[in-house]
Design a protein around this ligand. Sequence first.
Ligand code: ZN
Length: 293
Amino acid sequence: MNEKITDVTAGRGGKTFLLAGRDKTALVDTGMAFCAPALIAGLKARLAGRPLDYILASHSHYDHIGAVPYLRREWPAVKVLGAEHAAYVFTRRRALETIRALGAQAAALFGAGDLPPYDDALLKIDAVVGEGGKLDLGGLSVTILATPGHTRCSLSFLAAGGTLFASESAGYMSGGRVYPSFITSSAAALAAIEKCRRLNPAVIIPPHHGPLGDRARASYWDDCEAAVRAAVDFILRHARQGRGEAEILVAYERDMRDEGSRREQPLAAFRLNAENMIRTVLRENGLSAPPGR
Ligand SMILES: [Zn+2]
């Protein structure tokens, strides 16, 4: 990996990388809220007096942007960059409540106790970025790719030199396995996988993971595609056997909730994702028509 890119993850459940250009610095995601104190301490040591200029939000979920309010307190001038839909999500009271609730659950699950209070108004996008956008940090530029499917606001980031921060639309990796994570669209997730595959990045950093080794990298996009297709087939098979959403969820949890998943996600977050994936597949296949999210 490029020496200007450092893993500064400060706790479980969400990865954070620091990009240090000649002129500016940026974080790719922040991890969960409870990681903020350790993240800030680690960043201050690494930045050695330089400010944190940007936070690139891969999407609007609690495990990727949970520490934003605390980072803003430390670096009030930091600009959070994210997709237009992420900017919208952060204006919705229910979304902010979900972020807060899941962040608190994760803190408890990982033994971090109660979250320090924060103001929801600090969770916002300062500047909207989208497909083809570029961020120049000075000797290190980042290209933004729209890769929806996990959420409508999911972005991937390609750092010059060929390091791709893959979006969760492609899936997430834990314990050597890729898990599907298309919440809003399996078709968009497959398109995102194809788009990233064509870039043929030298280094792939999947969400919730460090840079892949050569073997995992060689099969990564195939593994992502297979995971999406297997989940879609699983859901359709159960639906065609006459099972409703709740029954499919039980079966899905029995099949997919393994050690790797437990390490990465509290059960509530796993269920929320699975429920939405099931609804999405049913909707995409005309098997039911709940309102889209
Ligand atoms: Zn997510």
